[in-house]
Design a protein. Structure first.
Length: 428
């Protein structure tokens, strides 16, 4: 068992800390947010993530998991320190490494001799060297170990990953980091830091490409009278293609894909390659937000001014409370700009105060039915399971017009039509 420090207790850091404690390591997690540290120390998990609260509670009770304020405090006695801090987007699309640099500077003087620093944040090629330079500690080895977890299934993904990627020039440090994953069974790729860093961006760019591709195919289906659901089935059975990430929707978003795709375009540019394919993937995604807004406009007869729109789903996907770069908010922004009045329900968003400041013109309501009350059209934007089981007959009675734009193809179209709804899905 090893003594680990985790710097940053967001989606990645908290999952990493709780899972490593679950695997038997002694873990100290640090954050700059004292309030968050106090809540976590009391077993209160501030984010929605399946089973994360159970693992945090287990770690606290077993004495294997602690939370402290400040990175320096966490690393004082560690063998391995994981950087799990944000890498947001700079205005020019490149990744902002200031959090990585700040955290590295904080721990530089305190790290025990011969310890290892692992970069789990998503960082551009060359960032391992940046951390080495800021640390200025020749006795400390820096390793890249990108994280591939998905919000909503973070624990499952951490404990049962598709692969573990380690980027390091030093074999013994690579083996040490790999050995921390104890009972986790997964293929491993041990490579140089630049390749490890590229793998993470390439993976996110490829997944975004699949989503933009299927949204484009959905548009083709609408044009030629095909049904995208059947097209996906026919595609997905091809083992060279696979069915994962082939579901049309309102566009992709979240805290990673938008910034990571733009960062890869810039990384490629700096490496002398014009990544036009990825530019196209990003452009198709922007179009998708407008395509969904256009469907809503069509559903209300062409003019959104003053029209009441009920929205189901605000988070960027189901299973999380994360609203960062949510496609729902991008679609709603277009509706509000066109004069619509939006009332929205999401199971993880309690009130207007939970929304980011740029999300204006949205009234958050407490039930799916309240979003529909008096609405001219209902728009389904996040694939929360509970939406499937709402009663269309009851909703039809309270809406101005029984009309739904189902941007996730989530609802049973025949059932909703039976109850008088006009159902507009995507790609069918
Ligand atoms: N969220 C995901 O699904 C996901 C998946 C894979 C990789 N990543 C990558 O992992 C990194 C972290 O993402 P996240 O979603 O967990 O971020 P987050 O914003 O949820 O959490 C980051 C945390 O780091 C803390 N922090 C910032 N500076 C600090 C410092 N100097 N010392 C201690 N704590 C500090 C913040 O207060 C915050 O709690 C990013 O690079 C992201 O791209 C994210």
């Amino acid at each position: 068992m090893a003594r680990l420090a985790i710097i940053g207790t967001g989606y990645v850091g908290l999952t990493t800390g709780a899972c490593f404690a679950h695997l038997g390591h002694d873990v100290v997690c640090a954050d700059v947010d004292a309030d968050k540290v106090a809540r976590l120390s009391a077993g209160e998990v501030p984010i929605v993530e399946d089973r994360l609260d159970l693992l945090v509670r287990e770690g606290l009770d077993d004495g294997r998991l602690r939370f402290v304020v400040g990175a320096a405090e966490a690393v004082a006695d560690c063998e391995v320190a994981f950087l799990c801090v944000p890498t947001p987007q700079n205005p020019d699309g490149t990744a902002d490494l200031s959090y990585i640099e700040a955290a590295s500077a904080e721990i530089a003087a305190v790290l025990p001799a011969e310890s290892i620093v692992v970069n789990k944040s998503t960082v551009p090629v060359g960032s391992t060297r940046v951390v080495e330079r800021v640390l200025g500690r020749p006795d400390v080895t820096v390793v890249s170990n990108p994280e591939f977890l998905r919000e909503g299934s973070a624990i499952q993904d951490f404990l049962h990953p598709d692969r573990i990627v380690i980027g390091c020039e030093d074999q013994s440090a690579a083996i040490k980091v790999l050995s921390l994953y104890l009972s986790v069974t997964a293929p491993t790729v041990v490579t140089d830091p630049a390749s490890a860093e590229t793998i993470k961006y390439a993976a996110n760019a490829f997944l975004a490409t699949k989503l933009s591709f299927v949204n484009a195919i959905a548009a083709v289906c609408e044009g030629v009278g095909a049904d995208v659901n059947d097209v996906i089935l026919g595609l997905g059975y091809d083992t060279r293609i696979g069915s994962e990430f082939l579901k049309p929707g309102p566009g992709w978003g979240g805290s990673c894909f938008p910034k990571d795709t733009r960062a890869l375009v810039r990384i490629a540019e700096q490496g002398g390659y014009d990544f036009r394919l990825l530019d196209g993937v990003i452009a198709v995604n922007e179009e998708q937000f407008s395509r969904i807004a256009d469907k809503v406009r069509e559903a209300v007869g062409g003019d959104l001014t003053g029209r009441a729109i009920g929205v189901w789903g605000l988070t960027f996907k189901a299973g999380t409370d994360d609203l960062r770069e949510s496609p729902s908010l991008s679609v709603i922004e277009r509706l509000v700009a066109a004069g619509a009045v939006v009332r929205a329900y999401d199971p993880t968003v309690g009130s207007d105060a939970d929304l980011p400041p740029e999300a204006t013109g949205i009234e958050v309501v407490a039930t799916p039915a309240a979003a529909c009350d008096g609405a001219d059209v209902l728009v389904v934007l996040t694939e929360w399971d509970e939406f499937r089981w709402q009663d269309p007959a009851e909703l039809a009675a309270t809406m101005s017009t029984p009309s739904v734009v189902d941007a996730r193809n989530l609802l049973d179209r025949a059932r909703w039509e039976r109850h008088g709804f006009v159902h507009r899905g995507i790609g069918r």
